[in-house]
Design a protein around this ligand. Structure first.
Ligand SMILES: Cc1cc2nc3c(=O)[nH]c(=O)nc-3n(C[C@H](O)[C@H](O)[C@H](O)COP(=O)(O)O)c2cc1C
Length: 177
């Protein structure tokens, strides 16, 4: 099973891309639909008091899905030259993995960024996001592969702006092993 996480606050372009990439047995999570609280820095996870996070909210479902998944594909809109706040919030809640590297070890995190500006204009931003995930992978032990920096153009319709959309989806599918 592959897990697709749409990092948008709405079910828009990233969610659509996840739906188009997924196979029958894969899972798609739209963070827009989840109740995820902020990390409180209580350190219960790093003190070994909890395997996962002490806060009880929808992260439990995400931890379970991440445990079951072979690959985790994160599709994030670019917001203010970075990932969305809601996605950053989820990543802060990955702190338990720093004490339990076995939970994510050998899993691969694939990244797709989607911004309104052109792919060329967002090239440096996408590179920074890739490096950000790689830096996380160093201390919570997962592998990272950057799949695509995509321009949505019109904020509401990524598909309309890509003549070769289906081709691109098929290319990406082939790269998710
Ligand atoms: C608050 C906000 C900030 C944004 N910042 C950027 C940005 O810095 N660069 C960019 O290319 N697009 C930016 N966008 C556009 C979105 O990245 C783009 O529309 C994306 O396709 C949205 O994905 P979604 O449809 O899955 O929500 C921003 C949109 C919003 C709402």
């Amino acid at each position: 099973m592959n897990l697709y996480i749409s990092g948008s606050n709405r079910k828009g372009n990233c969610y659509q891309i996840a739906q188009d990439l997924k196979s029958e047995n894969d899972t798609v999570i739209a963070l827009a639909e989840k109740n995820i609280k902020y990390c409180k820095g209580c350190s219960a996870c790093t003190k070994g008091l909890e395997q996962y996070c002490a806060i009880k909210d929808d992260m439990k479902e995400i931890y379970n899905n991440m445990a079951e998944a072979g690959n985790i594909i994160i599709i994030t809109p670019i917001y203010m030259n970075h990932i969305t706040g809601i996605l950053k919030n989820v990543i802060d809640r990955w702190n338990p993995y720093s004490s339990h590297p076995e939970l994510l070890k050998d899993k691969k995190i694939y990244i797709i960024t989607v911004g309104q500006m052109s792919e060329e204009e967002n090239e440096e931003i996408a590179k920074n996001i890739k490096e950000y995930f790689e830096s996380l992978g160093e201390f919570i032990e997962f592998k990272v592969e950057f799949l695509k920096n995509l321009s949505s153009g019109d904020i509401d319709d990524v598909i309309k702006n890509h003549d070769n959309y289906n081709e691109m989806i098929n290319e990406i599918k082939k790269r998710i092993k």
